[in-house]
Design a protein around this ligand. Structure first.
Ligand code: ADP
Length: 246
């Protein structure tokens, strides 16, 4: 597995406060990784750095075979380079059907003007059917997205991101507010997605992280405190102290 993203020695200061402190992180091409850590650990800021929303004061963020520096690219260019991000709250178009949402997502990288004038081809239709299958919404293709459950909206949004074929997908607390059955389905979607791309899941729910059965990175005070299997990191005394607030 070759390295897809290499973050090294990155720091971010907000008004004199070091939110990210000499952070290094790397992920391989088809790797699933969970990022955990207490509130304020720097998880959101870390994702903001990778997606270009926040530019660090120092450090490097290197992407892909050509070792492109993401620090030189805008948020839009980073998305085009293959970094997709799912925020906690789903942002699907509620008055459009599942099929319409997925179809539009196929064209989004080419801009919204392209979306407005767009006529789906047979191959687009086949892709939408395939995406619906991946996210378990085949039977809901004709339904308005506003009628979907919270879990289904989250899956639809993951499907819309997958439509853009990102090489790295960043997902923020995908299981929040879900029923146990929905969580299980979300796990399956993410495991499947990570077969062909890198996926970083920021998550609080340890049971969910356990099901992902992947390498875990623990952030604390803007740096990596521990990394390894969930059992490895949760038996680390520093991690235990941080979670117990010592
Ligand atoms: P997490 O997502 O792990 O809860 P964040 O990345 O949101 O952590 O925040 C890390 C630290 O940086 C926190 O102490 C937070 O208060 C601070 N922080 C985040 N964004 C800003 C900002 N725009 N201005 C000032 N402080 C910020």
């Amino acid at each position: 597995m070759s390295t897809l993203l290499e973050v090294s020695g990155v720091s971010v200061t907000f008004d004199g406060f070091r939110a990210i402190n000499n952070l290094s992180f790397s992920i391989g091409d088809a790797e699933l990784r969970a990022v955990i850590g207490p509130n304020g650990a720097g998880k959101t800021t870390f994702m903001d750095i990778v997606t270009g929303k926040t530019k660090p004061d120092e450090g490097r963020v290197i992407w892909g075979e050509k070792s492109i520096s993401l620090l030189k690219l805008s948020e839009a260019k980073i998305a085009q380079a293959g970094v997709g991000r799912k925020f906690q709250k789903p942002t699907v178009f509620e008055d459009q059907t599942v099929e319409e949402n997925l179809t539009m997502a196929l064209k989004k990288p080419r801009g919204w003007m392209a979306v407005l004038t767009y006529k789906p081809t047979a191959s687009d239709r086949a892709k939408v059917v395939d995406l619906a299958k991946q996210i378990g919404l085949t039977d809901a293709l004709e339904r308005k997205s506003g009628e979907l459950s919270h879990g289904q909206k989250q899956w639809l949004e993951i499907g819309m991101l997958l439509a853009q074929e990102p090489r790295l997908l960043l997902v923020d607390e995908p299981a929040a507010g879900m029923t146990p059955e929905e969580r299980e389905h979300t796990t399956d979607i993410l495991l499947e997605a990570a077969k062909t791309r890198a996926v970083v899941v920021v998550e609080h729910d340890m049971e969910f992280v356990r099901r992902l059965n992947c390498r875990v990175t623990v952030l604390h005070e803007g740096a990596v405190l521990a990394e390894g299997s969930l059992d490895h990191v949760t038996s680390n005394q520093d991690v235990i102290d941080v979670y117990l607030g010592r």
